[in-house]
Design a protein around this ligand. Structure first.
Ligand SMILES: O=C(O)CCC(=O)C(=O)O
Length: 281
């Protein structure tokens, strides 16, 4: 296979042609794709036709896979696939509706947050349902040195429960089981992180899951987090993806945040794998 890569925006995102995920990628193609992933943070591979098994096998080449804590929304028989959809069958929902309708980084509420997530679009609405991705590395680069110094010395709590409050603020109640919350108690991470492969630094707080800055007073924490969320999602740091069916989109959770837009009523059905990451140093 021969890769061609075209950037989709100044801060992040690239479209990759010449890769067929239904076939085993040779090492040279895989290495090219891996380098592009580290370089562009979000890759779009359009027009893929893959089974859940192929999705899982490809994902495993990037690392071990997570089984999402929202167990009701995993694909039957294939718990490595988290299903995100508004579809129902015989009154039973087929996956998680309204997932990620706020800026967040996948699994930042875990001690070892996710390295990457790979989403395959099987059904998409004719309008709406885009996903926005922001480069938290580009956002870090644009901070002044004193601000970098300050946040570099701070830590923040990430709490899955906080997502319910964030969601409720924007959209009303979201049903998440107590069991899931108990399985994921709050954790504390540094507010900046360094990409282990590229050495790039990034801001590491997100509206969805970050509940407070540990070292600051409550009002200071609220104000600084609000600034960082606004700053990190400035248009120049964002790529907005308009989905087509059979898009395969890979994002690097170590240097990005994303937000799914809930502006659709037609069916939307996606499969996601989640690659495990390391504890942040
Ligand atoms: O459905 C989407 O576009 C993204 C959902 C999301 O936020 C996630 O998978 O973490």
């Amino acid at each position: 296979m021969s890769l061609s890569i075209e950037p989709l925006g100044p801060a992040l995102g690239a479209i990759v042609h010449g890769v067929d995920l239904s076939e085993q990628l040779d090492n040279a193609t895989f290495d090219g794709l891996y380098d592009a992933f580290n370089r562009y943070s979000v890759l779009l591979l359009p027009d893929q036709h893959i089974s859940p098994e192929q999705h899982i096998a490809f994902s495993r080449r990037f690392g071990e896979l997570e089984e999402h804590v929202l167990r009701d929304d995993l694909l039957d028989g294939q718990p490595e696939i988290y299903v995100l959809t508004n579809k129902t069958e015989n009154g039973k929902r087929l996956g998680r509706p309204k997932a990620g309708w706020y800026w967040h980084t996948d699994l930042s509420y875990q001690a070892n947050p996710s390295k990457a997530s790979f989403m395959y679009a099987l059904e998409v609405p004719t309008m709406g349902g885009d996903t926005m991705f922001a480069s938290t590395a580009a956002a870090y680069d644009a901070l002044s040195e004193p601000m970098r110094q300050m946040i570099g010395g701070l830590t923040a709590e990430h709490d899955f429960r906080h997502a319910r409050e964030t969601f409720a603020k924007h959209y009303g109640a979201e049903p998440i089981s107590e069991e899931a919350f108990k399985a994921r108690p709050p954790v504390v991470h540094p507010m900046t992180r360094t990409h282990p492969e590229t050495g790039r630094k990034a801001i590491y707080v997100n509206e969805g899951f970050t509940s407070r800055i540990m070292e600051l007073e409550r009002e200071e924490s609220i104000a600084l987090l609000a600034f960082l969320y606004r700053h990190s999602t400035r248009p120049e740091f964002v790529y907005r993806h308009r989905w087509s069916a059979h898009d395969f989109v890979m994002w690097d959770n170590r240097v990005t945040m994303h937000c799914a837009l809930g502006n659709y009523t037609e069916d939307r059905y996606m499969h996601r794998t989640t690659i495990s990451g390391d504890v942040i140093e």
